[in-house]
Unconditional design. Structure first.
Length: 189
């Protein structure tokens, strides 16, 4: 494929529909690079949706500036022996907020469940796999965005990932233009 087919300004209608129909939306991404499509995706968020985001620069800053009333999780508000520990606790809290938010919503508002939207700036580190255990995802792999994605997937939250360089073999489906969906199968029990 040619590079122009992954233009960050092109957001498939399916991505906008998934985000717009979600009752809870979480965001994670690069602290240094925020693709132009972040603002486009934020514009699709329902004003009734619960939105969780971190305190970082880059993608987090664009989301905070674009979505009114989002719940902002600050690393400084968590207790840990190191700053990196605080970042892990903050990121895990954003994911847990989104995972639990859709179950707290009243279903009569016409919105669906949750979705976690990730804008990583690099490929997923080797060895990182989805898990519901924070320490398994945030184990020093070097990418907080992908660690958040792995934790969200481990908790059963559908993922939308803008990753033109590709995604790991977790079962993603391409939506086109660099967008990928990982939607866990509903439980039969």
């Amino acid at each position: 494929m040619v590079a122009s087919s992954f233009s960050p300004s092109l957001v498939p209608a399916s991505v906008l529909a998934l985000v717009g129909g979600a009752g809870a939306v979480g965001f994670s991404g690069s602290r240094s690079v925020a693709p132009s499509c972040v603002g486009v995706v934020c514009s699709a968020v329902s004003p009734r949706a619960l939105v969780g985001v971190g305190c970082a620069s880059g993608v987090d800053a664009v989301v905070r500036a674009s979505v009114c009333g989002c719940s902002v999780f600050s690393a400084a508000s968590f207790s840990a022996s190191s700053w990196s520990g605080r970042l892990v606790l903050r990121s895990a809290a954003v994911v847990r907020f989104v995972a639990s938010a859709s179950s707290r919503r009243h279903r009569n508002d016409g919105l669906g469940g949750a979705v976690f939207v990730v804008f990583p700036s690099a490929v997923c580190p080797a060895g990182l796999v989805p898990s519901s255990v924070v320490s398994a995802c945030f184990a020093g792999f070097g990418s907080g965005s992908w660690a958040s994605a792995a934790f969200a997937a481990g908790l059963g939250v559908p993922l939308l990932v803008f990753a033109p360089l590709g995604v790991p073999s977790w079962g993603f489906v391409s939506l086109g233009s660099g967008w990928w969906l990982l939607s866990p199968l509903p439980s039969l029990f």
